[in-house]
Design a protein around this ligand. Sequence first.
Ligand SMILES: C[S@@+](CC[C@H](N)C(=O)[O-])C[C@H]1O[C@@H](n2cnc3c(N)ncnc32)[C@H](O)[C@@H]1O
Length: 267
Amino acid sequence: MKKAASRGRPTLAERADRYTLYQKAVQAPDPEVKFMQRTYRRLRGRAPTSFREDFCGTAHLATHWVKGGAERTAIGVDISAEPLDWGKEHVLGIAAPSVQRRMRLVQADVLSAEVPRVDVIGAFNYSYCCFKERSVLLRYFRAAHAGLKKDGLFMCDLFGGTEAIATQADERQCDGFRYVWDQAQYNPITHEAMNHIHFRFRDGSSLERAFTYDWRLWSIPEVRELLLEAGFRSTEVWWDPIDEEHYRKTEVEEQQATWLVYLVGVK
Ligand SMILES: C[S@@+](CC[C@H](N)C(=O)[O-])C[C@H]1O[C@@H](n2cnc3c(N)ncnc32)[C@H](O)[C@@H]1O
């Protein structure tokens, strides 16, 4: 995975940590936490306190949630020990003890995790797209529904647009490295897509396929229908207006090259 320049001393890629690079290039927990608290307050008339981050990885989002208020708690659920261990050391490990005490990280499958019910469950960065069969995504949404308190809300994101199904790579410069989002394969028959993240450095070294995502690109109506089938009473779509600060609740939009939405399942 690490491509080294042939020199004696370690390359930038060899010295890099893929989770640190991912955090810098991809993660922005603040807008997600703001969206969740604003949406919950609008629909329920009070501030949410308990949060479960599904597919939490390093639990960056869950930690940010807990830092937002002394009454807040969070549970992070991920199936894999590696990102959880990284998060325990580099995210939770550097947070204040009062934050650490109000968080729990659980290594489990989100389809079967047994954890206390919460006000809000969030599944961000399109992680549920790893569930490629309708019956499995329905099982996940049922599990999320069951994992919420009676007035709980489920929130996730989704991307699409004419370029989402194109095999292409986009690059952008980050602090000290280039981030590459590589849409390597797309199968129109199944809507399955294979995407990679590469990190490239100025000394010519790189971390190729630092992360790989083997997804089904679900459509907005498919996700909404499955949320309703799973027991949610209603759903909302919030569109990223790109040039404005706040997402807007909407039912009609024009197609774009790329779009991002937040989807809300109302229990
Ligand atoms: C795209 S990463 C998302 C990380 C983080 N949520 C973020 O926003 O950056 C996907 C994560 O989902 C986890 N995952 C995949 N399948 C899972 C499952 N069935 N149950 C729980 N976690 C799962 C992986 O281990 C990985 O850490």
